[in-house]
Design a protein around this ligand. Structure first.
Ligand code: ZN
Length: 283
């Protein structure tokens, strides 16, 4: 029997995933760029109905080599384009849009508090740290994904309150174990050097090809589904790790081969603020 609550027909995937599990789940997305957009698309197709979307930017012509949306949408806010896509794919949805930078937004913390999971898809480390802090304070899971310079690979990190470490724990752990995968540590490519120092384009970001970015986004989606389904009884195996470093291609001193993946379960680090009982942010 078909579920009358859905306009999107899940018959062909319901033996893998029961969309009923997601009927009341709310996800906040931070960043609808070339990673956040496909991540959101896949979660919509897997049954997520309730969305809060954050991105202050409009779609520009230079985005078209990486971003999956259409030329006819150039100049429109990315949150509006995505709302339209979600509503087309599944008319039975609830989508709130905020054309805001989360770090300045008066609405973001409320969105986090009412969400079941936050998807952090920004290419800025400061934003990833901010999202982690807000989620730790609100005790809400998040999954963050970022692509290393020139798209050699990327990092996916998930947080479950009081079960796993937060984004700060990850940095503490990385420092302790000398696992610095920051953009600075990975070094500048010749192209970046010439652009940054030759052409004075300080904002130039070499984030890789669309395929490099989407590989990482897809792993982020799998982790998000695993976290959302962690308490349900269904057949899909639970992901045991919350930190995955994935290689798109070999890079000297970093990745030996294509598609290399390293993963682990990062527990809360004793020295991190997220393990103390009174880490709530002030209201
Ligand atoms: Zn922590």
């Amino acid at each position: 029997m078909k579920d009358q609550n859905y306009s999107l027909e899940f018959d062909r995937i319901s033996y893998l995933l029961n969309p009923e599990n997601f009927s009341n789940k709310r996800i906040t997305v931070v960043g609808l760029g070339s990673g956040g957009t496909p991540a959101c698309d896949h979660l919509v197709m897997n049954g997520i109905r309730i969305w809060e979307l954050y991105d202050p930017d409009t779609l520009e012509s230079e985005n078209l080599v990486k971003h999956p949306r259409m030329r006819k949408d150039l100049g429109r806010l990315k949150v509006d384009i995505q709302k339209e896509w979600i509503e087309d794919r599944n008319p039975n949805v609830e989508v709130k849009t905020f054309a805001e930078d989360v770090m300045q937004s008066p609405n973001f913390i409320e969105s986090v508090r009412r969400s079941d999971l936050v998807l952090s898809c920004s290419d800025k480390k400061s934003v990833r740290e901010f999202v982690s802090d807000q989620c730790v304070a609100a005790k809400v899971p998040f999954v963050t994904a970022s692509v290393f310079r020139t798209g050699i690979g990327g990092e996916i990190f998930g947080y479950i309150p009081s079960q796993t470490g937060c984004y700060k724990c990850l940095q503490l752990f990385s420092e302790l174990n000398q696992l610095d995968l920051s953009d600075d540590a990975l070094g500048l490519t010749e192209d970046e050097e010439s652009r940054i120092y030759g052409l004075d384009e300080k904002e130039f970001r070499a984030s890789g090809l669309s395929i490099d970015i989407q590989m990482i986004a897809l792993i982020q989606v799998r982790m998000a589904l695993s976290i959302l389904l962690r308490e349900s009884t269904q057949s899909m195996p639970t992901l045991k790790s919350n930190w995955i470093v994935y290689a798109n291609r070999p890079a000297p001193g970093i990745f030996r081969s294509h598609f290399e993946a390293k993963q682990m379960l990062l527990k809360p680090q004793k020295v991190c603020y997220c393990t103390t009982s009174n880490h709530q942010l002030e209201d």
